[in-house]
Design a binder for this molecule. Structure first.
Ligand SMILES: Nc1ncnc2c1ncn2[C@@H]1O[C@H](COP(=O)(O)OP(=O)(O)OP(=O)(O)O)[C@@H](O)[C@H]1O
Length: 597
């Protein structure tokens, strides 16, 4: 990660310098120089044959502890805990993994322990400040007051998430690393669906600096909605939340990993990256979308609303849960083999760029092979409707700026009001009741059925579900293979679905695939999505539109709708963006503060 050009000089200036022994002592001595971005280690004794230096990036560090060996020892020690990324040779090629490395330095300049201890503490304070993104310079007096009080995290672990190995991951990686980062915690194992939702409704906000789910996206969905159900929701939703990926999809973890500038990762590499970022602890606003289902129930979503192919695969693949993320691959193959289409009406409030709506299409050749980016048929279709100029809009990651739409605002009806809709008034059914192979009931029920969310900011962009959408909205009636509204870059840790999306860009990215797409093209689309390459493709059947609000009215009677991967009641559904409503522990230092050096 590069510092801003104007700060390059100060970025490399030395904050601290010293010469130390090591533990265990083998007569080796090092010169250490600390800069804003790394610790430079130069061996002094025995003298190296060539001028080799090791640079340990601050980004690889989780913490630093000071130590003493015994009361008679006059030396003080400081240990630095790092997790550098190492390449590992495996049978077929190589893979990456983070390996714990501890370096302990001996402060032995003085014959008085207290003087050596003061030096060791100074180094520990400086390192901790840099890890946590607290600005320091060579002029800063390195005193303990620079550091915030010990962070206290409320950890919620779902023993049934993903492959069911969250408990094992917690003991082998998570707890050791956060202890090295001086984080105190309370760990609770969830016992059933909605347990996390209930727990966060009862916590004292003053007692915690963050709520972390050790699970998949489903548990975070419960936490966010539990916070929104509190009478003090305005304060509660500002509680920083975080995720340590132990689920199947791990979409938000994929987005956090990408936001931090790491390479796309899965499994324990992704988990270790996310623990590292949690230890840094920096917080950023995260967009939430309020979703209203046909009964008038409102819930808050941080990831996606899906209908058709994606929600079918998500829910129908529950029976392959033991496979971890591979369950989605199997589910995709099954669903491709018996491809369904769904008739529906999709309306959306487009985002204006210089007062022009933006849309893009992705084109595959008729035979399903990738072709260079061209103007697509669908582009023309929309342009002909006077909705969009014929042009290709390329998005830059986190640099897009759009005009605010000036639109009338609407009152949202309370769930009991005459305009609110009720499930019974819609002739819709869920396509499938989730069940596993053995026929045992699954832990997933249709989410939020019993939760009427009344709190939260007003949905001022959408009229009540029973009323028509404003004339300024775009409405399409189509046979769809899928409709997806996503507001994170990733739909799964290895599904880089919206590369132009960022955690707080205030945009709902609507993707839809129309009936007519060949099975081969659909498979290619999902394969290309792994690396985000689908964006370079053109396909007349695949469209992306940024929006601020949308309404989806299924006209096919049976189907599955999901919000953040959780099944919700089937029927008309609508949603509106509430930008930056929550806070996410992203650990990212992308918005760097000017160093005071
Ligand atoms: N002890 C438990 N037993 C059964 N289900 C539980 C338990 N604790 C939580 N749950 C439920 O498990 C569901 C799935 O959890 P989660 O989403 O975290 O994992 P996942 O589905 O494997 O991952 P992802 O959502 O990333 O695909 C949640 O809806 C949650 O309510």
């Amino acid at each position: 990660m590069q510092p801003p050009a104007t700060y390059v000089h100060s970025w490399h200036c030395t904050l601290l310098h010293g010469e130390f022994g090591v533990y265990p002592s083998k007569g080796i001595r090092y010169a250490l120089s600390l800069t804003q971005t790394g610790l430079h280690i130069q061996r002094l004794v025995p003298k190296p044959e060539d001028d080799q230096r090791i640079v340990v990036p601050i980004l690889d560090m989780v913490g630093c502890h000071t130590l003493r060996r015994g009361s008679s020892d006059t030396f003080a020690y400081f240990s630095i805990f790092t997790y550098p990324l190492k390449k590992k040779k495996v049978t077929m090629g190589s893979s990456r993994t983070r390996q714990r490395t501890v370096r302990t330095f001996r402060v032995d300049e003085e014959s008085d322990y207290n003087k050596n201890k003061a030096v060791a503490e100074k180094w520990a304070i400086a390192l901790k400040c840099l890890i946590q993104g607290i600005p320091i310079s060579s002029e800063t007096e390195l005193v303990p007051d620079l550091l915030p009080r010990t962070r206290r995290l409320f950890l919620l672990l779902n023993p049934c998430g993903g492959r069911g190995n969250a408990f094992q991951q917690c003991h082998s990686h998570i707890l050791p690393m956060i202890t090295e980062a001086d984080i105190s915690y309370n760990l609770i194992q969830t016992e059933r669906q909605n347990h996390a939702r209930e727990l966060v409704q009862g916590i004292n906000l003053e007692e915690w600096d963050g709520i972390i789910v050790i699970s998949g996206d489903g548990l975070l969905y419960e936490v966010i909605n539990g916070l929104m159900e509190r009478p003090d929701w305005e304060d509660a939703i500002k509680m920083p939340v975080g995720i340590l990926p132990c689920g199947s999809g791990n979409a938000l973890a994929g987005a956090i990993n990408y936001n931090a500038g790491f390479e796309q990762a899965m499994g324990s590499e992704l988990l270790l990256n996310c623990i590292l970022l949690l230890c840094r602890g920096t917080v950023m606003p995260m967009d939430l979308v309020s979703v209203t289902t046909c009964s008038g129930t409102r819930c808050f979503s941080f990831l996606s609303v899906a209908w058709g192919f994606i929600s079918d695969v998500d829910i129908e693949s529950e029976k392959y849960r033991h496979m971890g993320s591979a369950r989605f691959t199997v589910g995709t193959m099954v669903r491709v083999a018996s491809l369904r289409t769904y008739k529906g009406r999709l309306s959306y409030l487009p985002v204006l760029d210089g007062h022009r709506p933006i849309c893009r299409s992705i084109t595959l050749a008729a035979n399903g092979s990738l072709v260079p980016f061209q103007r697509s048929q669908l582009h023309r279709t929309i342009s002909d409707m006077g909705l969009c100029e014929e042009r290709n809009v390329m998005y830059k990651r986190s640099s897009a700026s759009y005009d605010t739409n000036e639109l009338p605002s609407f009152e949202t009806p309370s769930p009991g009001s005459p305009t609110a809709l009720h499930t019974s008034s819609f002739p819709f059914d869920s396509l499938s009741e989730p069940s596993n192979q053995e026929g045992r009931p699954l832990h997933r029920d249709v989410a939020s059925t019993n939760h009427h969310q009344v709190n939260g900011p007003k949905d001022d962009l959408i009229p009540p579900l029973g009323q028509p959408v404003p004339k300024t909205w775009v409405t399409l009636e189509e046979d769809f293979v899928l409709v997806l509204a996503i507001y994170q870059s990733h739909l799964g840790a290895d599904l880089f679905t919206a590369p132009f999306s960022s955690i707080n860009d205030g945009l709902i990215h609507l993707f839809f695939v129309k009936a007519g797409i060949s099975r081969a093209s659909l498979v290619r689309l999902f394969l290309a999505m792994e690396k985000g390459n689908h964006i370079e493709m053109e396909c007349p059947y695949v469209v992306h539109v940024p929006a601020r609000a949308f309404r989806l009215e299924p006209l096919t009677q049976k189907g599955i709708l999901t919000v953040d991967g959780e099944q919700v009641e089937y029927g008309p559904i609508q949603a509106q963006m509430h930008s930056g409503l929550s806070n996410l522990i992203s650990g990212s230092n992308r918005i760097m503060q000017k160093p005071l050096c």
